[in-house]
Design a protein around this ligand. Structure first.
Ligand code: ARG
Length: 458
C-alpha cells in the first residue's frame, strides 16, 4: 500500500501515475524539502509535539538523505509521485517508525509552498548576482570607449549623434530596474507558508515564528487558505524575468544589426560567432539570436502560469503542480542567457572609425542647425522649416552639411553666420548638457553613478 492511498485498494493506473508524477522535475527541490523538514522536526520537538529523541532521529536521517542526494546515490522510487514522498519513504527505511511523526502538523500543500518559496529566494539572489555581473560588463565596455561617437537612431534612421557610452548605459539602466524588480519580488517570496496545513491551519501548538527564524523568512503568512493556494510569487518572478529577457533581447538585436557588413559598428568576438555549414565566409551571430529567441519561451511560461491560476477555486488544486517546470526553465534560461551575454559584452569590439563615419554621413546635425537659429531668436517650428530647406538643397547638390559654404547656408536664412561652420559632432554632443543627456560631463556623472551602484552592492 502507498502511504498516500490508505482508502484505496488498487494502485494508480500506470499511465495515470506517470501523468501525475512530479518527481522528474521536483527532485531539484530536495535541498529545500530537507531543510524545511529539519526545521519542522525541531519545532515539533521544542513544542513537545514529538519527543526530542524522535526529532534527533529524524534530523539525522534527513542529513544522511541529503548526503545521498548530493553523492547521487539516493535510491529514487519513480512510483512515489514526488520528491516529498521519496524522502519520507527513504526516511522510514533509515530510522523506522519515528519517520512517521515528521508529517505531524503538516501537509504536502504547505510543504510544497514552502519548498517553492525557499527555492525561489535562492534563485533571486543568484539572478540579481548575474544581473550585477552583466551590468559590470556593460560598465567596463562603456568606460573603455568613452570618446566613441556614434549615430543615435530613431525609427532606425540616424537621428542625432551620441556617445557610445551613453547608448550602452541605457542598457545599464534597464538592468538596474530589473534588479530592483527582482528585489521587490523577493519581499513577497519571503513569507513562510508552513503551518497552514492542508488549508485550514493545524490543530497543534506549533511555533511559526520559530520556523520563520530557522528558515530565514522575514514574514509569516496571514491566511492559511491563501498560503497554500497562492502562486503569485511564481508569476511575479516570471514577469520580472520577461522584462529582463526583453531588455537582453533588444541589446542582442542591436548587436546583430551592428555587426552586419551594412552597419559594421561592432565585432563580436569569434568565441561568440558561429560559422555556416555551406557559406565559408559567414560569421553568424547565433548566440545573440538564441538570446533573442529564448525570450519567446520565457514569455510563454508567464502566460502559462497566469492561465493555470486564473480559474482555480481555493485552496490547493493539483493544477498548481504545473508551476514548476515553467519557473525552473525561466530561471535556467535567464541565468544562462545572462552568463553568456556577459561574456559577449566583455569581448565586444567597437569600430570607432566606423561609428564616427556613420555619424558623419547623413544630415545628423540638422537639429543642431535648427537650435542654432532658435538661439538667434527664431521660433523652433520656423527654424525646423528653414533647416529642412538647407538639407533639401544639400542633398540635391549631393553634399553633406559639412561641405556647405556660408553663402549656401544664407540662401535659406541670413541669420546664418560664420559660426554655423563650427557645428560638429562634438559640439552637438557637448551641447546636450542636461541631466541624463549625452554631453561628456553628464556621461561622466552617469558612469560615476553606475560605479557607485555596483560598489554599493558588492
Ligand atoms: N507535487 C505536488 C505539487 O507540486 C505536491 C503537493 C501535492 N499535494 C497534494 N495534495 N497532492 O503541487
Amino acid at each position: 500500500m502507498k502511504p498516500t492511498r490508505p482508502r484505496m485498494q488498487k494502485g494508480l493506473d500506470r499511465k495515470a501515475q506517470a501523468y501525475t508524477a512530479s518527481l522528474p522535475f521536483d527532485r531539484r527541490l530536495y535541498r529545500e524539502d530537507i531543510e524545511g523538514s529539519i526545521a519542522h522536526a525541531r519545532m515539533l520537538a521544542r513544542q513537545g509535539i514529538i519527543s526530542e529523541k524522535d526529532a534527533e532521529l529524524i534530523v539525522m536521517g534527513l542529513v544522511s538523505i541529503r548526503e545521498e542526494m548530493e553523492q547521487g546515490t539516493f535510491p529514487f522510487k519513480e512510483e512515489m509521485e514526488d520528491i516529498h514522498m521519496n524522502i519520507e519513504v527513504r526516511l522510514a527505511e533509515k530510522i523506522g517508525d519515528a519517520a512517521g511523526r515528521l508529517h505531524t502538523a503538516r501537509s504536502r500543500n504547505d510543504q510544497i509552498a514552502l519548498d517553492m518559496r525557499l527555492y525561489l529566494k535562492r534563485a533571486i539572489t543568484e539572478t540579481v548576482g548575474r544581473l550585477r555581473g552583466f551590468q559590470k560588463a556593460l560598465l567596463e565596455l562603456a568606460e573603455a570607449n568613452k570618446s566613441v561617437v556614434m549615430p543615435g537612431y530613431t525609427h532606425l534612421q540616424r537621428a542625432q549623434p551620441v556617445l557610445f557610452t551613453h547608448h550602452l548605459l541605457a542598457y545599464f539602466e534597464m538592468a538596474q530596474r530589473d534588479v530592483e524588480r527582482f528585489l521587490d519580488c523577493l519581499k513577497r517570496v519571503d513569507v513562510l507558508p508552513l503551518g497552514s496545513g492542508a488549508l485550514a491551519g493545524v490543530p497543534y501548538p506549533i511555533d511559526r515564528d520559530f520556523l520563520a527564524r530557522e528558515l530565514g523568512f522575514g514574514w509569516v503568512s496571514q491566511n492559511s487558505i491563501d498560503a497554500v493556494s497562492d502562486r503569485d510569487f511564481v508569476a511575479e518572478y516570471e514577469a520580472a524575468a520577461c522584462l529582463a529577457m526583453m531588455h537582453l533581447s533588444r541589446l542582442v538585436e542591436e548587436l546583430v544589426l551592428w555587426s552586419t557588413e551594412e552597419f559594421g559598428l561592432v565585432e563580436m568576438d569569434e568565441a561568440y560567432a558561429t560559422g555556416s555549414s555551406i557559406m565559408p565566409q559567414k560569421r553568424n551571430p547565433d548566440v545573440a539570436e538564441l538570446a533573442r529567441g529564448k525570450t519567446g519561451r520565457v514569455y510563454g511560461h508567464l502566460m502559462a502560469i497566469l492561465t493555470t491560476l486564473k480559474g482555480l477555486p481555493l485552496a490547493y488544486n493539483r493544477d498548481l503542480q504545473e508551476d514548476k517546470e515553467g519557473l525552473f526553465d525561466t530561471i535556467d534560461t535567464l541565468h544562462f542567457t545572462l552568463e553568456v551575454l556577459t561574456g559577449m559584452v566583455q569581448t565586444l569590439k567597437v569600430d570607432s572609425a566606423r561609428t564616427r563615419k556613420a555619424a558623419e554621413e547623413g544630415y545628423i546635425l540638422a537639429t543642431d542647425l535648427a537650435d542654432y537659429l532658435v538661439k538667434k531668436g527664431i521660433p523652433f517650428r520656423k527654424a525646423h522649416g528653414i533647416v529642412g530647406e538647407v538639407v533639401r538643397y544639400a542633398s540635391e547638390s549631393g553634399k553633406g552639411l559639412k561641405e556647405l559654404t556660408l553663402e549656401e547656408y544664407r540662401r535659406s536664412s541670413n541669420l546664418f553666420d560664420k559660426d554655423v561652420l563650427n557645428i560638429t559632432l562634438e559640439s552637438s554632443i557637448a551641447s546636450r548638457d542636461v541631466p541624463g543627456g549625452t554631453a561628456p560631463e553628464q556621461v561622466k556623472k552617469a558612469l560615476a553613478r553606475a560605479r557607485e551602484i555596483l560598489k554599493g552592492d558588492a
